[in-house]
Design a protein. Structure first.
Length: 131
């Protein structure tokens, strides 16, 4: 339990495309007809990022994912990071990972964000509120 998964939500209108979302597996149940999976919805909007502590001397960066990012409302932003590496109160330097025209990864600077709350930490990831 606890794995992150991508899944399609049904389209809201007949002519609309399904939307891919991200969630966390909460339970699995074997049934006569097959397997049922309980998924906790986390977000539709997601941005892959690279992160480091603001004042880190190391050139190494970790990967993460900002979810439910609303540029006009920072209060609703959160981030998924590798587990047990960061703590509430730390300030991160966060760069968005974007693909260039040749489909190679490049980064563009976003900004600094503070980890203001920990929603959960498990053996797979940590989920923090950003502010």
């Amino acid at each position: 339990m606890g794995d992150l998964v991508a899944f399609d939500l049904p389209a809201q209108a007949a002519d609309a495309e399904p939307t891919e979302s991200i969630g966390q597996v909460r339970w699995l149940r074997a049934e006569e007809q097959g397997l049922s999976i309980g998924i906790e919805y986390l977000a539709h909007e997601r941005i892959p990022v690279s992160v480091s502590l603001r004042d880190a001397e190391s050139p190494f960066r970790e990967t993460g994912m900002i979810i439910d990012r609303d540029p006009g409302n920072r209060a609703e932003s959160s981030i998924l990071l590798p587990p047990y590496l960061y703590r509430v109160g730390e300030v991160l330097s966060i760069n968005e990972i974007v693909a260039d025209a040749d489909d190679k990864s490049a980064t563009s600077t976003m900004q600094e964000w503070t980890l203001i709350g920990c929603l959960q930490t498990n053996g797979l990831f940590s989920h923090f509120l950003l502010g």
